[in-house]
Design a protein. Structure first.
Length: 250
């Protein structure tokens, strides 16, 4: 378990303020190891401390859909930090997306996740004991990695990502986890998800696992013109909001 302290000098660049539904959106930059990284921050304008989320993008990068998700979390009372693991790059086709995903050094990504977590802890309107993480596809894989490297997390949502299937692979997880897997997914198979859930339960850890019938990978992304499923996506979102409200708002 890595307990290396992180000291952050924060530089904030205001990019936009949304008056809709009482939220504001900001581009923030902050140190992460030897790099300076940026993230899309969406937060409620209401006073007091709020639960918070690290939001992790798919292999496409920090797209408008991920930013939209961050804004929706803010409308629901969460401070949402959508981190950019690609450091400013975006993919426009699957080949480019794969290359970008494979180009991310694992240790750099872990440092970026830890820095994002520490950034949220340092915000005056965040309750530091109520920070969770959520990701899809590649982001789902890094959501799992965050749960194994950030012991202070209070909740983790993995939407069709790579997960461990052994007792040793889940031993470092200390927060409750929600998994959403697609029945037809050949990349992150439901069998892997079920094995992960079994390992979590055997270790006495809190886990919710759901397998969505007749859908494939990335079924929650409305920009996925060949695989988006509105019905199953809505069911997944209901479960996500319920899970996060249970562990981050109570």
């Amino acid at each position: 378990m890595d307990k290396t302290p992180v000291v952050l000098l924060v530089v904030i660049v205001w990019s936009a303020v949304s008056s809709a539904a009482g939220i504001k959106t900001t581009i923030v930059t902050y140190p992460s190891g030897s790099d300076t990284v940026s993230a899309y921050l969406a937060e409620p304008q209401s006073s007091g401390k709020h639960p918070a989320l690290i939001v992790i993008h798919e292999w496409w990068g920090l797209t408008d859909w991920i930013k939209q998700d961050a804004r929706e979390f803010a409308r629901r009372g969460y401070v949402a930090l959508a981190i950019d693991l690609y450091h400013g790059k975006l993919a426009s086709d699957p080949s480019q997306a794969y290359k970008l995903m494979m180009s991310v050094p694992r240790e750099r990504a872990i440092t970026d996740l830890r820095s994002g977590f520490e950034y949220l802890i340092g915000m005056k309107n965040v309750e530091p004991s109520k920070i969770g993480v959520i990701g899809w596809c590649m982001g789902g894989s890094y959501s799992f990695i965050a749960a194994t490297h950030l012991p202070g997390l209070a909740a983790c949502v993995i939407d069709y990502g790579n997960v461990a299937t052994t007792a040793s692979g889940v031993s470092a997880i200390h927060c409750p986890v929600l998994c959403n897997f697609a029945a037809l997914d050949q990349a992150y198979t439901p069998a892997m998800g079920r094995a992960f859930a079994a390992a979590m339960r055997k270790a006495g850890k809190r886990i919710e696992f759901y397998e969505y019938p007749d859908v494939n990978h990335a079924f929650m992304n409305p920009n996925n013109t060949t695989g988006y499923d509105k019905v199953q996506s809505n069911i997944a979102w209901i479960r996500i909001y319920r899970f996060l409200d249970t562990y981050l708002k109570r």
